[in-house]
Write a protein that binds this ligand. Structure first.
Ligand SMILES: C[S@@+](CC[C@H](N)C(=O)[O-])C[C@H]1O[C@@H](n2cnc3c(N)ncnc32)[C@H](O)[C@@H]1O
Length: 209
């Protein structure tokens, strides 16, 4: 983000958030970047979610920002990596938000949805990029009528747009899957999606009435 905008934007800036930012940089943890965070916080400000679901917690950076910016929100977030989960638990405790942020350890695709008896106003998909269609299909039935789904990393460092062949087979397959997700998302008849070249490429999807 431009330094000028950075200085003008009023991001949450508590002690835990500052420490998490530093930790993510030092340990190369891919948390939401400043542009992505700016968009997310603006969406949160507009939607004023009561329930927020994040798929892919990492160290809890995004959810602690969201909970700081939105008093009334209750957040569910799912993380499959135990080390990340432990770090996120520590950060949520340090931020004194254990009553508002519930972290589940496990693969989001195996998450037991039978106990969800409420609807999410915002669902943030930010986990394994190759699984985005499956995440969307599993969790979109739990989206509130006026809710939105935000997906991140849809340009994947600019690789999704590059025509040049990517040598590495695994990387090529991953990039193809992200491109396929973007096209698939754009064709969902019950949803309308806006694709934005913000951060690493983000999409904001809403259900059509
Ligand atoms: C990009 S990071 C999340 C960053 C976080 N949303 C933020 O902005 O602060 C992606 C995280 O998703 C987790 N992850 C990947 N696949 C997952 C899955 N199937 N279920 C749950 N978590 C998963 C990874 O372990 C990683 O910590």
């Amino acid at each position: 983000m431009s330094e000028h905008f950075q200085n003008l934007n009023d991001f949450p800036n508590g002690k835990t958030i500052k420490e998490m930012r530093k930790y993510a940089q030092t340990n190369k943890i891919p948390v939401l970047n400043d542009d992505g965070l700016a968009l997310m916080l603006q969406l949160v400000d507009l939607v004023k979610p009561k329930h927020f679901l994040e798929i892919g917690t990492a160290i809890g950076f995004c959810v602690i920002n969201v909970a700081t910016a939105c008093d009334g929100v209750v957040i569910d977030t799912i993380e499959k990596n135990n080390e990340m989960y432990q770090e996120a638990v520590k950060n949520v405790e340090a931020a004194k938000m254990t009553d508002r942020i519930r972290i589940s350890l496990g693969d989001a695709l195996e998450f037991d949805t039978s106990k969800i008896d409420y609807r999410f106003d915002i669902i943030f998909i930010d986990a394994a990029k190759a699984q985005y269609v499956r995440f969307f299909e599993k969790f979109s039935p739990f989206l509130a009528e006026d809710g939105i789904i935000v997906s991140d990393n849809l340009l994947f460092h600019g690789l999704v747009e590059k025509d040049a062949r990517i040598e590495n087979r695994n990387l090529r397959s991953l990039v193809d899957k992200i491109r396929d997700y973007n096209v698939w998302l754009s064709k969902q008849k019950d949803f309308k999606t806006l694709f934005l070249a913000i951060g690493d490429g983000m999409a904001v999807t809403r259900r059509l009435k």
